[in-house]
Design a binder for this molecule. Structure first.
Ligand code: HEC
Length: 147
């Protein structure tokens, strides 16, 4: 084998080892969303009164990490190993299904981050309907308003 080929081989082996040891931290949310939720669309829209209600809920329970404007710059967000997503980034948010957002709100961050669970079995005890409504609210940050 020529020296050139050997160093090429060595470089690719090293790169492969590095990739396995330090996986890229691109994912911004749980990666264990169940299949039935993966592509699920949000069945629920918000009326004006509900938008006001969820604005308060968001400020009280989400903004400290996700930022008042949904851009992921809340004070406690930067403490997390996996930073909160930027809800105002339409490209990113379009890549996330409603079901994926629903699942994270229901289950929280689990071992990935300190995001609390809000679902029926959690301390917050939100109904599934309320979680879908919050998904609608979160979508508003990237310009998706209900009809
Ligand atoms: C203690 C900080 C914290 C709080 C409070 C919190 N979150 Fe999160 N949230 C995070 C972090 C960090 C992530 C990304 C973590 C990960 O990669 O799993 C996240 C992820 C999410 C996601 C997934 C986004 C995606 O990329 O698919 C949604 C949706 C979400 N949060 C909604 C909420 C809502 C709604 C509330 C309030 C009801 C809330 N969060 C409260 C820290 C928080």
């Amino acid at each position: 084998m020529t020296t050139h080929a050997t160093s090429l081989l060595l470089t690719s082996v090293l790169l492969a080892v590095a990739a396995a040891t330090f996986p890229p931290r691109l994912a911004l949310a749980r990666d264990d969303v169940p299949p039935e939720l993966q592509d699920k669309s949000n069945p629920i829209a918000l009326d004006k009164r509900q938008v006001r209600y969820f604005t308060r809920q968001y400020k009280g329970k989400c903004a400290r990490c996700h930022g008042r404007d949904g851009n992921g710059t809340g004070k406690e967000g930067s403490d997390q190993e996996f930073p909160p997503a930027n809800f105002t980034d339409a490209d990113y948010m379009n890549s996330r299904s409603d079901g994926q957002l629903f699942y994270q709100i229901k289950m929280g961050g689990g071992e990935r981050c300190a995001m609390p669970a809000f679902g029926p079995d959690s301390d917050h005890g939100w109904s599934e309907e309320k979680i879908w409504q919050m998904v609608s609210f979160v979508r508003r940050f990237s310009g998706h308003f209900d009809p």
